[in-house]
Design a protein around this ligand. Structure first.
Ligand code: SAM
Ligand code: SF4
Length: 444
């Protein structure tokens, strides 16, 4: 390929989970460190990074159509890099099928983007899907920008091998970032304006490390250390696995005021047979007992979960068990998905794949009950006074948007600015957001 002028502007387009959003931010910081500027809204970028997700449905097909859309009228394209989990899983195929792609970079290798960029600008096509033992994080630039609510990846990868899931293959084995590096990154995020940090990991509550006194600690130890940062007001974490929900972490929910009363704890299904086939290693009963403990520690906790409908072999009676579980828990919000066979996973080769029409129908029924509970949770919040972390302006003049402690979107009118913690009274509840009356600022 012919050399191209070095790119001056970039755009990073992230799909999928919050960990991809975090990776996208870090790639943008790396590119900015190389002297590139973000492309203006609506303008074409010289370099486009497609930061892909492989968790469900036709992910690769979406990448190819995105690549197609980047073609300009004269037939030329920007410099295209495919990053993320599709790059990891299908890098070689992408290179073979999409000649416009100049770089393929996996989620554990993106710290090498600057060198890859030089090679790509010199006319080469470069792939890096290594999963180096030495962490990419050490090679990334320090954090210098943050909004009021920032993400911090503390743990990556997964050793659990649920039979439907690609994560152990695309993100590699479970690893925890060192305690000191995380405290350092959190301090920098706070110095750059973050008031809330959400700790991220594919199984974030599997995080483990050694604290500054050399003691072995779990995620609760990290949360307690972060809570000591004076300007950090709120801490959240996601996504957790039921098996890693330790007593220490549950206790932290009752004891650490900065830890928000919200827990995303995916269960996936309400039938023990399906859970066994999924290799989930928890039962419906053990999950419910866990939630009882969490509620005992923090009675006002808002619960969230993930569900998969139509796992191979799921019967109507087994699906009805999922509906019963939802009734028993009363989720404040939840994510629900149709099972999607992922190439190379054990479930993709199982007999009794469920027909798409049945999956559609089950998903609709599940979402009806989840929506019902979400509205009920929001309505039950009416009359409450709470703190809202202001994130940005709303669509209407004088309107601000922020989040309640229970992760509800809240809008209100009045004097405020992004990053403020304000006290509000919740006055109206919709399915996806609440309206509030501003009482007074809690802290500037
Ligand atoms: N580690 C977390 C756990 O075990 O609960 C979840 C992380 S996973 C990246 C996010 C969610 O995607 C899962 O909880 C699951 O509901 C969904 N998911 C994963 N593989 C899927 C598949 N093949 N089809 C449909 N949904 C899937
Ligand atoms: Fe995927 Fe979560 Fe299961 Fe790991 S524990 S394999 S990330 S669903």
């Amino acid at each position: 390929m012919r050399p191209t002028p070095s790119p001056q502007t970039y755009r990073v387009k992230s799909f999928g989970c919050q960990m991809n959003v975090y990776d996208g931010e870090r790639m943008a910081e790396l590119l900015a460190d190389q002297g590139l500027s973000p492309a203006a809204e609506g303008a074409e970028a010289d370099l486009v990074v497609l930061n892909t997700c492989h968790i469900r449905e036709k992910a690769a097909e979406k990448v190819y159509s995105d690549i197609g859309r980047l073609r300009r009228e004269d037939g030329s394209t920007p410099l295209i890099a495919v990053a993320g989990c599709v790059a990891q899983a299908e890098g070689e195929e992408i290179m073979a099928r999409a000649p416009a792609v100049r770089m393929v970079v996996g989620p554990q290798a993106y710290h090498r983007l600057p060198e890859m960029l030089k090679d790509a600008a010199a006319g080469q096509r470069v792939t890096d899907t290594d999963m180096p033992a030495e962490t990419k994080f050490a090679a990334l630039p320090q954090r210098r920008r943050a909004g009021p609510s920032a993400f911090l990846t503390v743990q990556e990868g997964c050793d659990k091998f649920c039979t439907y899931c690609v994560v152990p293959y695309t993100r590699g084995a479970e690893t925890s970032r060192p305690f000191a590096a995380l405290i350092d990154e959190a301090q920098r995020l706070v110095a750059a304006g973050a008031r809330e940090i959400t700790l991220l990991g594919q199984n974030v509550n599997a995080w483990s490390g050694e604290d500054d006194r050399g003691r072995a600690v779990g995620l609760d130890g990290l949360i307690r250390a972060l809570a000591a940062l004076p300007d950090l007001a709120r801490i959240r974490y996601t996504t957790s696995h039921p098996n890693d929900m330790t007593d220490g972490l549950i206790a932290a929910h009752g004891e650490v005021a900065k830890l928000m009363p919200f827990l995303h704890l995916p269960v996936q299904a309400g039938s023990d047979r399906v859970l066994r086939a999924m290799n989930r290693s928890h039962t419906v009963d053990s999950y419910l007992r866990l939630l009882d403990k969490v509620r005992a520690a923090r009675p006002d906790i808002a619960l969230s979960g993930d569900f998969i409908v139509g796992f191979p072999g799921e019967t109507e009676a087994e699906f009805a068990e999922t509906l019963r579980l939802v009734d028993a828990v009363g989720y404040a919000q939840a994510f629900s998905f149709k099972y999607s066979p992922r190439p190379g996973t054990p479930a993709a080769a199982m007999d009794d794949q469920i027909a798409p029409a049945i999956m559609d129908e089950r998903l609709q029924r599940l979402q009806e009950v989840l929506n019902r509970d979400q509205i009920a949770f929001n309505r039950a919040s009416l009359g409450r006074t709470c703190e809202v972390l202001v994130e940005r302006r709303g669509r209407h003049p004088g309107q601000w948007l922020g989040k309640s402690p229970w992760l509800q979107s809240v809008h209100f009118e009045g004097e405020a600015q992004a990053g403020d913690l304000v006290s509000v009274a919740l006055t109206e509840a919709g399915p996806n957001s609440l309206h509030a009356r501003l009482l007074q600022p809690v802290a500037a």
